[in-house]
Design a protein around this ligand. Structure first.
Ligand SMILES: Cc1ncc(COP(=O)(O)O)c(C=O)c1O
Length: 408
């Protein structure tokens, strides 16, 4: 085995020591935010204890801060396979996307068109929809097909015209685990000369991103979904970023990537986020560059979590009254399952699983309200079970049993 075992991985996560209702907690809430390994916690506190300063002054802790931020950019350049000049840090994906949409909106007006999708999180809709009011662009929404949780690709293709300026699409759905065909999305954007924005917040936890292969102009992700602190990362293709004029303070830097960053950054979070990437690379037992090790680790974690997903899917499907949504386990998808239990509110299911079985699951629409609307689910939405790198067979079995107990 060239990647350390799940049991070894679990040893890095102190949160797994927590118990609830007499059980060790099973964290199935990774799509909402994963737990954090000791290495990240230590880097975070070490920064605040020993290096805390603002940037670009001549005293040691400031010089160390500059160096740590520089190293973090290099780490994320490896993570997304780009140059460090293309890595922008910010609060979270939502804030970064609003900032980008505002920047791009300066270029557009009535007659320009943007395509977003119903499958997406609101953070990849609202920033683009705000331009309808702000600059008069038209925003088209690609519907999601309720029967399989996928996008209606025929409509998506038909919506492209010479007036399309941008496609904003998710890599994967945080509600259903659906993985979108980014190759086809890139092909459409290139043929129509449109910008290509990828929301990789859910996808980046499960599949190693490669912005060159994806051929996108922008890609956003959030470190708290892949074992880091709450920090957002935005990739901007260098030649595109150079041509844009983000809103900024008069004295702020006017070159990439800092031109897109506003105010003082979350230094401790960025340092921790970079250590989260190193933690993932470090799960490889082989030598090699950070990127090479990530390329080995991600497919192995994907295969492991896919096996858990199959087990969970089959186990839940056998329960009377459980309805599963989205693509089945035979397809390329993330290990995130959305389901409902007949006759029971999703909030009650989540509460009972926590208090009867020590299993932490999220419920509702997860801000993917287009998905729950397309599924006709109303306010209560779905219960969501997401596997992470620390999820094991025992937890999956406990979850199946916990749901079975609710159905009996
Ligand atoms: C798919 C997806 N996109 C965007 C977001 C928003 O990310 P952030 O919290 O970093 O703004 C989330 C958060 O759950 C998400 O799952």
């Amino acid at each position: 085995m060239s990647v350390v075992s799940t049991e070894e991985i679990r040893g890095h996560f102190p949160a797994l020591q927590r118990t609830h209702a007499g059980y060790p907690v099973g964290y199935f809430d990774g799509p909402g935010g994963t737990q954090v390994p000791t290495e990240v916690i230590e880097a975070f506190t070490d920064y605040l204890l020993r290096h805390n300063a603002n940037t670009e002054w001549k005293y040691p802790s400031s010089i160390e801060t500059d160096q740590l931020l520089k190293e973090a950019r290099v780490t994320f350049a490896d993570f997304l396979k780009c140059s460090e000049r293309e890595i922008v840090f910010g609060n979270n994906m939502t804030t970064l996307t609003f900032h980008l949409s505002r920047t791009l909106g300066k270029l557009w007006g009535p007659g320009d068109e943007i395509i977003v999708t119903q499958l997406d999180h609101q953070a990849n809709q609202a920033p683009w929809r705000s331009l309808e009011e702000e600059c008069g662009v038209t925003v088209h929404i690609v519907p999601m097909l309720a029967e399989n949780g996928k996008l209606d690709w025929d409509t998506l293709t038909e919506l492209f015209t010479q007036r399309t300026r941008l496609l904003a699409i998710g890599g994967a759905s945080n509600a259903l685990g659906t993985v979108n065909d980014l190759d086809e999305a890139a092909r459409l954007c290139r043929s129509f000369g449109a910008y290509f924005f990828v929301d990789a917040v859910h996808m980046a936890s499960h599949m190693l991103m490669d912005v060159v292969k994806t051929d996108c102009d922008f890609l956003a992700c959030s470190s708290y979904k892949f074992y880091g602190p709450h920090v957002g990362i935005l990739y901007i293709r260098e030649n595109v970023g150079e041509s844009l004029m983000p809103p900024r303070l008069p004295c702020a830097k006017d070159y990439l990537p800092e031109s897109f960053e506003t105010g003082t950054l979350n230094h401790e979070g960025i340092v921790g986020a970079a250590v989260a990437v190193d933690f993932l690379a470090g799960l490889s037992k082989s030598d090699g560059s950070r990127r090479e090790r990530l390329e080995l680790v991600f497919p192995t974690l994907y295969a492991r979590s896919h096996r858990l997903l199959e087990c969970l899917w089959d186990g839940l499907q056998e329960q009377r009254g459980v309805q599963l949504y989205g693509p089945g386990p035979g397809e390329e998808r993330t290990p995130t399952i959305g389901f409902t239990v007949r006759g029971m509110d999703s909030s009650t299911v989540a509460e009972r699983l926590a208090n009867d079985s020590g299993l932490f699951l999220s419920h509702g629409d997860f801000y993917a309200s287009g998905v729950t609307a397309a599924l006709g689910l109303g306010q209560q939405g779905l219960v969501r079970a997401g596997c992470a790198c620390y999820t094991n067979d025992d937890e999956v079995e406990r979850l199946i049993k916990g749901v079975a107990a609710l159905c009996s």
